[in-house]
Design a binder for this molecule. Structure first.
Ligand code: FEO
Length: 396
């Protein structure tokens, strides 16, 4: 198994089989469940893997331990993509002590009925393994309430749970120093937006706390072990958890027969005419919402387009609005447009939603009746131009 530092091994697994993370987020580039083994005088395993990968995981551990036993299992995070293998692991290693905090064990008791000893730790407690020791810091709500991280001071390694994670498998090596990491940044933003994105404030608290530590290596539960790109990774998590946006616009539309789609094209033309070059148009029926959400985190402007559907917004637009709202994304510039054949409704709903989000509204919704006319396209274009101007003004 690959070594991260002396006596610290990567024993995680790649998952190229699962189509949907948490059964709803597409995984075109797969995902890694990372686990780490420290073989000092005492042996500590940090986190486990999704239970679907238990066979490969146990083989990885065996290949390092060669018959030695695990003394401690550190449970940084109880979500089953990491804790899922604990039950079977505990059967194989009954002498292994489970290390967690009070919240960990509250969840643990609901998931597992295993006789292993337990060691409850709190903020700043250390666990001596020999020449190395792990110090624990609580990181609640990055991504669940029980999340904690473990710091190894000798080599300045942070075992960070989901923080600094990304989708994407580890192809050939777990170390970012051996990989072209360009492939990860978009997937990392999508991972952040979908998994941790609601918890920006908690992530900021954790980042502030961790900034007191010297870090040479970050071992997250997903994605590469960060060394060469450690500063970039921390900076990205900092930026996203502050919901900081770049100049640009996402145009997300639903359409049944192409009318709202034409408005979306006209709106985007207006944005470009208004002076912004970064515009992303998404048909919500084609592009999974997780990609759109990742770009809502990235860009300052969002325009939603929706035909009226049963007096409401188009179902997939409604679903997208709900996903954005759940993440509590603040301080965006908003516009909307849509259409109807006999009675409107979608534009009113979207306008009210933008108000609820407390975003800056641009212009009035363009709501075309029946087929799109030249005047509707002109209004959509003018609305796009107004959004570009507002975004440019705000950045002055
Ligand atoms: Fe990768 Fe929140 O678990």
């Amino acid at each position: 198994m690959e070594t991260i530092a002396r006596d610290i091994y990567y024993v995680g697994v790649n998952d190229r089989q699962k189509h949907l993370f948490e059964n709803y987020l597409p995984l075109p580039n797969g995902v890694a469940y990372n686990s780490y083994l420290i073989t000092d005088d005492k042996i500590a395993l940090i986190d486990t893997v999704d239970i679907s990968m238990i066979g490969r995981f146990l083989a990885n551990i065996d290949s390092v331990l060669q018959g030695r036993k695990i003394d401690y299992l550190v449970v940084n995070h109880m979500e089953p993509d990491h804790a899922g293998s604990i039950g079977l692991l505990a059967q194989k290693y009954p002498e292994m002590t489970i290390v967690g905090n009070a919240k960990t064990f509250d969840m643990f008791n609901g998931y597992f009925d295993v006789p292993n000893n337990r060691l409850e730790v709190k903020e700043g407690d250390s666990l001596k393994l020999g020449s190395r020791q792990l110090t624990f810091y609580m990181a609640p709500m990055v991504h669940w309430p029980e999340v904690m991280v473990a710091y190894e001071a000798q080599d300045q390694i942070l075992f960070s749970a989901d923080a600094f994670g990304t989708f994407g498998t580890l192809d050939g090596s777990c170390l970012d120093t051996n990989l072209n990491t360009d492939r990860y940044w978009d997937d990392m933003r999508r991972y952040y937006a979908c998994i941790v994105g609601k918890f920006g404030k908690a992530t900021q608290v954790a980042l502030k706390k961790l900034s007191a530590l010297s870090l040479k290596t970050i071992c997250s539960t997903h994605g590469p072990v960060w060394q060469k790109d450690i500063n970039k990774t921390v900076a990205l998590y900092d930026k996203w958890s502050r919901y900081e946006a770049e100049q640009g616009v996402v145009v997300a539309y639903g359409t049944m027969y192409g009318n709202t789609e034409q408005l979306a094209e006209a709106f985007a033309q207006g944005v470009v005419s208004g002076g912004l070059k970064e515009v992303k148009i998404y048909n919500v029926s084609k592009t999974d919402a997780s990609y759109i959400l990742a770009d809502v985190f990235k860009y300052k402007g969002l325009a939603l387009g929706s035909p009226t559907y049963m007096n409401e917004t188009y179902p997939l637009i409604e679903s997208l609005m709900s996903k954005i709202e759940h993440r509590g994304i603040p301080d965006r510039v908003f516009a909307c447009f849509g259409g109807h054949t006999w009675a409107g409704g979608s534009c009113k709903k979207m306008t009210e939603w933008g108000e609820k989000m407390k975003w800056t509204a641009v212009g009035n919704a363009v709501d075309n009746r029946q087929g799109v006319k030249a005047d509707d396209l002109l209004q959509a274009q003018q609305l796009g131009m107004a959004m570009a101007k507002e975004i440019l003004n705000q950045s002055k």
